[in-house]
Design a protein around this ligand. Structure first.
Ligand code: ADP
Ligand code: NG1
Ligand code: MG
Length: 490
């Protein structure tokens, strides 16, 4: 376990002395009859804007949450993996691990992943990176407080924390960007073809600012948020496990097929490497606005059948399945391409507008704590804060409408939360993949308590019929937190 650190490596810090750590340590000692040697902590995230566009190659704008996955770990001589979870709804698990091929990540009989499959994704990724050169096994206890299957990225925090634990145990220094890319790749073993936003923010997040994440190469640029803006997360009380259905992958492959057809119809057909909507845009050297026009021109239909697509792309069905579809989407016969591509190009534009508005605000001196944690002077003369919140809020509301209507990944409860918020002049949107999970709302700071109270009353008590005291655990204000870290007894 390395002691010399560079600033782009995951930081190794002194173990904090708090109740949660103590409880986890005690649990570990009780289960394994020894003390943990180190801990890893990886946060969940909330995406402010830029939904379902990371896997199309477009920038996104998330921030890390306070909620996280915390793992206590000890190295052992036997090549075995022993897993426990503080929450007893998650079963114990043990297996022999000598090489990555030992790790077959198979869901239950209904196609839903077991919780430990996410850990195995992380372990498999680490073993592949190490070319199976491991000299020990691991005992791990997981303690997570990110609401699961709720769009706050509990899955990636678990995969990333597991991968980080193996790499640290094997004394492998890795930059934050390299480990984020590795974790994005290995989470795909769960079955979903995600884009990498969750793992990127998990490692590259900084306190007090959101991050503008760009791809190839992976880069995070801090974004200061308006001084008087508060972000509130509210749970819809509906969960959606993304790997248990093919909804997520269906969207991914619809975007791929849309990209292929636009490229083909624009005459860029020979370029086999074009597979994302952003690659098509680069290839054609067009603005996002022009890409929207091309979608209407080249993808006019509301529905495309598999055989129509094969004809347009001049490929056989088997080839289409092999090149562009996934195991859980290869049987699909109808695809919505216009709607998905429109969402992607317009959402990419909204992200750009959001970021520009924030940087303008920061340069005017109205940014929240500045970037890199440095405080900006608060000068209110160059732009009214309420106007900025309105502009950003409208972009978020537009994002939600598009996710609901064009991308069809919302849920009645999410729509109800967004509607109730709008009635109070607060703009919000679903965050994460959707089909359930949470909204993120942008609210002036002085209105936060009143807004949260309204949601408790109108949504949780009246609409969902739950007790008001219980409602408190489903809605909370949040500020940007820092990224993953390792704790040791120094
Ligand atoms: P999310 O939007 O939270 O990333 P996913 O559907 O991608 O949702 O993944 C959720 C799954 O991650 C859960 O169903 C569970 O299997 C696993 N998971 C999340 N948090 C924990 C935890 N604390 N302990 C064990 N497994 C967890
Ligand atoms: P969640 O909802 O956290 O599982 C997923 C993807 C992201 C991104 C968003 C939608 C994974 C691991 N995560 O997030 O990459 O595509 O949906 O914007 O696949
Ligand atoms: Mg997830």
């Amino acid at each position: 376990m390395s002691s010399i650190q560079s600033s782009d490596e995951v930081p190794v810090r002194t173990l904090p002395n708090n109740e949660r750590i103590k409880r986890l340590k005690d649990y570990f000692c009780k289960e394994f009859d020894c003390e943990p040697m180190f801990f890893v902590r990886v946060p969940g995230r909330v995406n402010l804007i830029g939904e379902h566009i990371d896997y199309c190659g477009y920038p996104v704008l998330p921030m890390a949450l306070e909620q996280d996955i915390l793992i206590a770990a000890a190295v052992q001589n036997k090549p075995e993996l022993h897993l426990r979870n503080i929450n007893n709804k998650y079963d114990n698990f043990k297996m022999e691990v000598r090489c990555c091929e030992d790790l077959n990540i198979i869901p239950d009989s209904n196609g839903k992943p077991f919780w430990y499959n996410y850990v195995l994704c992380g372990v498999k990724g680490a073993l592949e990176f190490l070319n199976d050169r491991i000299d020990s096994g691991l005992q791990l206890v997981v303690d997570g407080n990110i609401p699961p299957a709720s769009g706050l990225s509990s899955s990636s925090a678990l995969v990333s924390a597991s991968c980080l634990a193996v790499l640290y145990a094997q004394n492998v220094p890795l930059s934050k960007t390299d480990i984020a890319s590795l974790c994005a790749k290995c989470e795909r073993y769960i079955g979903t073809q995600g884009g990498g936003m969750d793992q990127a923010i998990a490692f590259l997040a900084q306190k007090n600012c959101a991050q503008y994440i760009t791809w190839q190469p992976l880069k995070a640029t801090p974004v200061a948020l308006p001084e008087n803006a508060a972000f509130v997360v509210a749970h819809s009380l509906s969960e959606a496990n993304k790997a248990a259905t093919n909804d997520f992958n269906r969207r991914v492959i619809e975007c791929r097929l849309a990209a292929k057809i636009i490229a083909a119809r624009a005459g860029a057909v020979t370029d086999k490497k074009i597979i994302t909507l952003s690659q098509v845009q680069s290839k054609l050297d067009n603005s996002l606005e022009d890409m929207v026009k091309l979608v209407y021109e080249y993808l006019p239909n509301d529905l495309y059948t598999k055989s129509e697509i094969c004809e347009i792309l001049d490929v056989k069905e088997e080839e289409l399945e092999k090149l562009y579809l996934t195991p859980n989407t290869s049987h699909l016969t109808e695809f919505k391409l216009k709607q998905r591509a429109l969402h992607v190009y317009e959402e990419a534009q909204r992200v750009d507008d959001f970021r520009k508005q924030c940087s303008q605000t920061a340069s005017n001196g109205n940014g929240q704590n500045g970037v890199n944690g440095k405080s900006n002077p608060i000068v209110h003369e160059n732009g009214d804060c309420d106007d900025i919140i309105n502009i950003l809020g409208n972009l978020m509301y537009g994002s939600h409408q598009s996710l609901n209507e064009l991308y069809e990944c919302s849920h009645d409860n999410l729509n109800h939360l967004v509607k109730l918020s709008k009635e109070m002049n607060v703009n919000s949107r679903l965050t994460g993949a959707g089909w359930g999970g949470c909204i993120i709302a942008l609210c002036p700071k002085d209105k936060v308590n009143c807004y949260i109270d309204m949601l408790k009353e109108e949504f949780y008590v009246k609409y969902c019929k739950i007790d008001k005291n219980k409602a408190s655990s489903y809605v909370f204000a949040t500020t940007p937190n820092h990224g993953a870290e390792i704790y040791v007894n120094k």
